[in-house]
Design a protein around this ligand. Sequence first.
Ligand SMILES: [Fe+2]
Length: 196
Amino acid sequence: MDVIKYPVDAFYFKVSVNEHLQYKQSFLSMLDKHPEPTDIEKQFFSKIDWVYKNDEREWTTLIGGLINKYNTLIGENVGYCCPEIHNIWFQQYKKNNIHPWHVHSGQFVGVYYIELPDDCPKTELISPWDNKVISVDVKEGDILIFPSMVIHRAPEVINDSRKTIISWNLVYNEIIPSLTEKFNVTQIKIKDPIYD
Ligand SMILES: [Fe+2]
């Protein structure tokens, strides 16, 4: 059976967090109290709190509101509202750490780059349309939001630098009515290669 693939527009977002320097050091000192990784975690990360991804923690109280402010801002750009974070966790990478190719649940993945030295690798996405690898041009203090079905990875850290990110699974529960009202005015007809 032939599987036919058609394109739809997809997108990812990048935004700089204006308040980044206000939060960075307090956040990092909270992570210092986090226990060292288990042997399994150590294969990939220098520290991670994935096991607590559904729990309120000291750092989520500090920074959760800030993240949701940007979730809202980004969603409004494409007609989504009422963002909800389903899980949230941090990951720290040091030399030889890597997060191999994977996908997430939810509608979108969020990544907030708390520490991203110039010699640390940036997130890579695989375009679902042409399977090309996109190295995302992000810097420390940026938030990246991309669709959860996009295969992505954090390439291996080669140098002695430390990279720290917060990641979350994001769902928008509602759409902004003014956007769909516009669709009723501007109907776009796509030619179907089989039936038209
Ligand atoms: Fe991921």
